[in-house]
Design a protein around this ligand. Structure first.
Ligand SMILES: *[C@@H]1O[C@H](CO)[C@@H](O)[C@H](O)[C@H]1NC(C)=O
Ligand SMILES: *[C@@H]1O[C@H](CO)[C@@H](O)[C@H](O)[C@H]1NC(C)=O
Ligand SMILES: *[C@@H]1O[C@H](CO)[C@@H](O)[C@H](O)[C@H]1NC(C)=O
Ligand SMILES: [Ca+2]
Ligand SMILES: [Ca+2]
Length: 341
């Protein structure tokens, strides 16, 4: 090393060792928490830190961001005086924290006094975003949905919701509950997906049960935020009862003054029918005198379908008259018949 080189060497040593490094006055890193959304409006001051230099030279700051593109989220307002720089980190205008998009940011910083850096760039500031619940909505917006169902046994499926639950929060689980309504004892709503089933047997022959019921539904997210809707269910009657005769067994007295050809005699048996697709029932009608070969003289007469023309609930207390004409055409010991209905 020549004299010039030696001089340069000592000059470098002098600059480096005669100069104090700038330092941050805060413990690194510092963690701050902010709520997402409008709870932390654009322009909010997030943190202010200071770097000093005991040589009272000007201090400059440089920053890096993680994620890199988040530099666009922040604005840093520096105030510089001899030996000190103060930096205020703010959320930029028109920017908003969204937990679901980015839930943490890191700002790395270094201070520089024109000669030396404060050290390797370390995390100066951790900004952690709190998740704030956002209220679920229904798509399409649905204040009520109507279902048509047949009466049926417990467990029968009534239908599925026609809408989907939309929620800005990630990893949401929604809980469906019935909060009231005329159908709350009879209909069950699947707690996880809103599918509607019968909780109890719904039988329209029970006149206490109305044709239409409703249940109010609340759909809650894990923050307890809810959206409300209602299900209306109209239960139709099904033709599930065969006509019944009362009584189901008929006997007729035979009068001994009848002669061949008397008749026809008509009498009525009574059947209840069920709905607008009539079913067929049978009654047993016994007439004539027992003989050795035909000890009962029982005839089973099929009663033809009887239409009551409509809803079982409207007519099931009404009896349907069935007329059966009988005519005695042969034999001895004929007698008059009297219906006992
Ligand atoms: C920057 O900080 C100074 C000092 O606190 C303040 O007067 C000024 O309004 C700030 N500027 C912005 C854009 O925030
Ligand atoms: C069902 O919801 C409607 C609309 O919100 C309300 O008017 C009604 O009182 C609720 N019924 C019950 C039983 O909660
Ligand atoms: C809801 O869950 C029940 C029980 O797992 C299932 O039977 C039903 O099909 C589901 N509904 C929908 C709409 O996925
Ligand atoms: Ca959220
Ligand atoms: Ca939510």
């Amino acid at each position: 090393m020549n004299a010039f080189g030696l001089l340069l060497f000592f000059e470098v040593i002098h600059i480096v060792y005669g100069n104090e490094k700038p330092v941050f006055t805060v413990t690194q890193p510092t963690t701050v928490f902010f709520d997402e959304g409008t709870n932390t409006p654009a322009g909010t001051s997030l943190y202010t830190f200071t770097a000093t230099d005991s040589d009272l030279t000007l201090v400059y700051l440089s920053y890096e961001y993680d994620p890199v593109e988040s530099s666009d989220m922040f604005e840093i307002n520096e105030t510089q005086t001899a030996g000190e720089i103060t930096a205020e980190v703010k959320l930029k205008d028109l920017r908003e924290f969204d937990y679901e998009v980015q839930n943490a940011y890191k700002i790395y910083a270094r201070a520089y006094d024109g000669v030396q850096y404060s050290g390797l760039s370390g995390v100066l500031l951790n900004i952690v975003i709190n998740d704030i619940g956002e209220t679920p909505t229904l798509d399409p917006p649905t204040t009520s949905q109507s279902f048509s169902a047949e009466e049926g046994p417990a467990g029968s499926k009534i239908g599925d919701p026609s809408f989907v639950v939309v929620d800005a929060d990630s990893a949401e689980i929604h809980t469906w509950t019935v909060t009231g309504g005329t159908g709350e004892d009879f209909v069950n709503v699947n707690v996880l997906n809103g599918t509607l089933t019968l909780r109890k047997t719904y039988d329209r022959e029970n006149t206490a049960l109305t044709e239409e019921v409703y249940v109010n539904i609340s759909i809650a997210d894990r923050f307890g935020l809810t959206v409300e809707t209602a299900y209306y269910v109209t239960f139709s009657d099904t033709n599930d009862n065969i006509p019944t005769f009362s009584p189901s067994y008929y006997t007729f007295d035979i009068m001994n003054d009848l002669v061949y050809g008397d008749g026809p005699f008509t009498f009525y048996v009574l059947a209840t029918d069920d709905g607008d697709t009539p079913l067929t029932g049978t009654a047993t009608i016994e007439f004539g005198l027992p003989t050795a070969t035909d000890p009962t003289h029982t005839t089973t007469t099929l009663i033809p379908p009887q239409s009551t023309g409509g809803d079982e609930m409207a007519s099931n207390t009404e009896m349907v008259g069935v007329m059966i004409a009988c005519c005695f055409i042969a034999g001895s010991g004929l007698g008059k018949q009297y219906g006992n209905y």
